[in-house]
Design a protein around this ligand. Structure first.
Ligand SMILES: *Cc1c(COP(=O)(O)O)cnc(C)c1O
Length: 393
């Protein structure tokens, strides 16, 4: 029989890898209703708490009144409207680059940038822990594709020696499942020495990182010569939807001419661009959200290490707790859930085998009291887990 889906699904269950979608019955925020139950959630990427901000909501409402609902066509036909254009100009200004190009999702921005820049005869080198969309982009490009050891400039340099054609080095800015920062100064130096270009996907850095929320390049003080291709997404700290690539005029024109995931898709609703313009204004102008978030991160790390949990080397709102087996990660997340705390259990293939974890994310919308509650309940559940026998522990 072809298409034996039932046995594939059964195997997924047996491996503790079966995924279910929790049903969110409230707007994003710390206290939500999920699958009919109130929970305190530490699992969204809404790092600055803007997804349900009244001013952002208002901007989207007014945008819909002024510009209607649908994008109507692709950007190159008649879907590129005034709010899209204004947002691109604001994002160029924000990133300090000549231009920015708006996409409907980060996944598409990554596919677009990599496939427009490299192809057969070229080379694309990626961090092993890059986001799936970057790895998919590398494969789709048709370029020679190789992955270097996580955050390891020496491993990159060895691969650069063998590179042919135009060479693109691609890395997450903040690694989405570990929360650590790319060692950009070293990676960029290695790339420059071989005339390779660096592309950074800073989906999780824009907003939380840098003095004005400018992400990892602002954090390290790097410019367009170090990172010619800079990607950001709007569905995380911006609290809206979409993504952008920022760079030179030539880069942006190249994407407009050659990037199929840009050309062959409908533009995002203009009202979403209106909302993103407002959240960009809040993100740049109101630094108290970043300050509060940084205090929560410091408190969480202190408290978690007091409990004896294994944290990762993360200065960001992504604070994974390493558990090991998928089964134990699922069990710990279930214990937390019974006590009203929702955190994501991240399992292979999203992370390497044996490194299943709870992915705790903090946001500026959380209070200190909510972080204390998380720590208290984590301590209780962690002790409980230690007393339970496990086959693959
Ligand atoms: C979420 C994410 C993306 C995808 O962005 P979407 O706008 O959600 O499609 C790309 N890269 C990284 C590192 C991400 O975390």
């Amino acid at each position: 029989m072809t298409f034996d889906l039932a046995s594939r699904l059964a195997a997924r269950h047996a491996d503790h890898l079966y995924r279910k979608r929790p049903l969110l019955e409230a707007p994003q925020g710390p206290e939500v209703v999920v699958d009919g139950k109130p929970v305190l959630a530490f699992s969204s990427n809404d790092y600055l708490g803007l997804a349900n901000h009244p001013e952002v909501i208002r901007a989207m409402q007014q945008g819909a009144e002024r510009w209607g609902v649908g994008g109507g066509a692709s950007h190159l036909v008649i879907g590129h409207s005034t709010p899209h254009h204004a947002l691109e100009e604001a994002l160029a200004d924000f990133t300090g680059r000549p231009r920015a190009l708006l996409f409907s999702t980060g996944y598409m921005a990554n596919l677009a940038a990599v496939t427009a820049l490299v192809g057969q005869g070229d080379t694309v080198l990626e961090d092993r822990l890059n986001h799936a969309s970057l790895l998919d982009a590398g494969l789709l490009s048709g370029a020679r594709f190789s992955r270097y050891l996580h955050n390891d400039a020496d491993s990159l340099a060895k691969r650069l020696e063998k590179a042919t054609g135009d060479t693109l080095v691609v890395t997450d800015g903040v690694f989405s499942m570990d929360g650590d920062l790319a060692d950009l100064p070293a990676l960029c130096a290695a790339a420059k020495a071989r005339d390779a270009w660096v592309m950074v996907d800073d989906a999780h850095g824009f907003g939380p990182l840098g003095g004005t929320g400018g992400g990892i390049v602002e954090h390290f003080g790097l410019g367009i010569d170090d990172v010619p291709v800079l990607v950001g997404t709007l569905g995380k700290a911006f609290g809206t939807a979409g993504a952008f690539v920022a760079g030179s005029d030539e880069l942006i024109e190249t994407l407009i001419q050659f990037a199929r995931p840009y050309i062959y898709t409908t533009s995002q609703p203009p009202a979403v661009a209106c909302a993103s313009l407002k959240s960009l204004e809040l993100l740049r102008g109101e630094s108290w959200r970043r300050d509060h978030l940084n205090r929560l991160i410091a408190r969480f790390r202190q408290g978690a290490s007091d409990i004896g949990l294994t944290l990762m080397d993360s200065p960001t709102p992504i604070q994974p707790i390493l558990v090991g087996s998928s089964e134990r990660a699922m069990r710990l997340s279930a214990l937390l859930r019974e006590r009203g705390i929702l955190v994501g259990a991240i399992r292979p293939p999203t992370v390497p085998a044996g490194s299943a974890r709870l992915r705790i994310t903090l946001t500026a919308a959380h209070s200190e009291a909510q972080v204390e509650r998380l720590l208290d309940i984590l301590a209780e559940c962690w002790n409980r887990l230690a007393q339970e026998p496990f086959e693959n522990a």
